[in-house]
Design a protein around this ligand. Sequence first.
Ligand SMILES: CC(C)(COP(=O)(O)OP(=O)(O)OC[C@H]1O[C@@H](n2cnc3c(N)ncnc32)[C@H](O)[C@@H]1OP(=O)(O)O)[C@@H](O)C(=O)NCCC(=O)NCCS
Length: 170
Amino acid sequence: MSAAAITIRLAQPRDVQGIALMSRDLIESGLGWRYDAPRIARGIADRDTVALVACDGQLVVGFAMMQFGDERAHLALLAVRPLYRRRGIARRLVEWLVESAQTAGIATIHLELRASNDAAKRFYRVLDFSETVLVPGYYLGKEAALRMLRVLRQPGPAPLTWRPPRFDPH
Ligand SMILES: CC(C)(COP(=O)(O)OP(=O)(O)OC[C@H]1O[C@@H](n2cnc3c(N)ncnc32)[C@H](O)[C@@H]1OP(=O)(O)O)[C@@H](O)C(=O)NCCC(=O)NCCS
């Protein structure tokens, strides 16, 4: 499989179960299952959330989900199946989300990860995220979380750059 064969698209209702299982097994393992199918379905339906999947043919091999506020976005979930890692798939997912956030005028992207998750920490550093706070016991009182942040622009009013298209009958 070449990386170019992987397509990235918005998640659809048919992806719910696959995403929920990947969240349970690849992200939440040992911490319960907060992002179960109903929660993923709500995320996909939510207008302020962008959920993406990376596909090898019909198989969903990675996904990401980010919630958009006015100035802040929260990257809640990101994972790639083990056999598909180190091919730039997570980078492509995050780059799509960053570009969407920039278009939406978002100032900062926030996320948490297990403090022990060195692979993800390295990945996010490469994508220009910085470590901000260590939160002991964040995960069910069992594990510390590391918060990371990427600044897209200084917080505060954003210049208006988008204009609705004008209807020209001629
Ligand atoms: C973290 C994760 C999403 C990275 O996915 P990926 O598709 O393998 O990442 P990419 O191939 O896009 O990596 C881009 C760059 O990040 C860095 N990187 C990624 N994984 C790394 C690792 N295990 N060790 C060191 N650097 C790593 C590398 O610089 C890599 O570029 P390179 O392969 O050219 O050296 C994946 O390991 C994963 O799903 N982990 C389990 C779930 C998880 O931890 N999610 C994040 C916290 S919620």
